[in-house]
Design a protein around this ligand. Structure first.
Ligand SMILES: C[S@@+](CC[C@H](N)C(=O)[O-])C[C@H]1O[C@@H](n2cnc3c(N)ncnc32)[C@H](O)[C@@H]1O
Length: 312
């Protein structure tokens, strides 16, 4: 069964995050997921929609409908000064200066902010090279009082040197659009005290997967070389990390935007959690890898839909 879905623009009510003036056309401009008939399971459950644009962030941002996005998660290049390369693709990660890099980030973020709902969260995933500049940029674009957390994703692999302490973390800057209204649902963990035995509680310890808690240090193992989820795209992030972030910062049924989606980790995690997702990437290789991962999600859903008897 073919599960790719194109030409979604005729269905505006299903895709409120698309601007009415968005250019129309078939893939590779966009690749969708399940065709409309399969989007509602026989049980009546409506499945989330995922849209993938093979496009530059800045160009694609203008296609987003105003106030349509619940969570902006961006994992852009980190300005390492290198070409990032692995067996399934590569991308350029060099700007002449940090100022040029921050200028690029500023353009992309500025073009995207009008698409955020007042309840939206912003997660910018970067590392030590530009984190301090990016924090000032977000202070400027959103306001200092919109800062929520400076998350540390501690991953344990690599980063060692005899000349300094090991570099084993990335930084995820968490901001909101409106401090009074932004969505946040703390991850719950099994309680350990006798008094709460058998219950779930919000924890204040280090954030580990599993189990998850709610502190600024996210301990999620990076993808090892033998991991089944590894697709060979450079700097691929672990699904568990994205599941944790999306579960906490995007409401069920809401929409996540990843403007530099690479191998599609954010889109796959969102689909699994019942969130809609929109992904952009300017690399055709990235889009092909992401499309293949999403097709697997589609195939699993189609099997699921076929195996559930229709409701009377
Ligand atoms: C750090 S990787 C994203 C990895 C992704 N989170 C994953 O799990 O696979 C950054 C991505 O940004 C893309 N990129 C770079 N410049 C871009 C631009 N101007 N617009 C859209 N995507 C861009 C690259 O092609 C690359 O795939």
């Amino acid at each position: 069964m073919s599960v790719s879905f194109h030409g979604f623009r005729g269905e505006a009510p299903l895709h409120p995050w698309l601007h009415p003036s968005a250019p129309s056309g078939p893939a590779p401009w966009c690749v969708g997921l399940l065709p409309p008939g399969l989007r509602t399971l026989p049980t009546g459950v409506t499945l989330p929609t995922t849209i993938l644009h093979n496009s530059d962030w800045l160009t694609a941002a203008s296609t987003l409908g105003p106030r349509s996005i619940d969570l902006l998660y961006a994992d852009p290049p980190f300005n390492t000064g290198q070409v990032q390369c692995d067996r399934a693709g590569s991308y350029d990660d060099a700007w002449p200066t940090t100022r040029d890099y921050i200028g690029w980030l500023r353009e992309g973020l500025t073009a995207t902010l009008p698409a955020l709902k007042p309840t939206a969260c912003v997660l910018l995933h970067i590392d030590f090279r530009v984190c301090h500049h990016a924090r000032l940029l977000l202070d400027e674009l959103l306001g200092e009082d919109r800062f929520v957390n400076h998350l540390i994703w501690h991953y344990g692999l690599g980063g060692s040197s005899p000349r300094r302490f090991a570099r084993k973390h990335d930084d995820i800057l968490f901001y909101c659009v409106d401090p009074e209204r932004y969505y946040f649902k703390a991850p719950m963990v099994p309680a350990t005290s006798n008094r709460m035995r058998g219950q779930m509680k919000k924890s204040t310890d280090v954030l580990r997967v599993p189990p998850a808690t709610q502190d600024e240090l996210l301990e999620v193992a990076n993808i090892n070389n033998m991991a089944v989820e590894r697709v060979g795209y450079p700097t691929q992030k672990p699904l568990a990390l994205l599941e944790l972030l999306i579960g906490a910062c995007c409401p069920p049924g809401g929409t996540v935007l990843d403007p530099c989606c690479g191998s599609g980790t954010t889109l796959v995690a969102a689909a699994g959690l019942g969130r809609n997702a929109v992904g952009f990437d300017k690399s055709p290789q990235a889009v092909e890898v992401a499309r293949a991962r999403l097709a697997q999600v589609d195939a699993a859903r189609a099997r699921q839909a076929a195996s559930i008897p229709a409701a009377e």
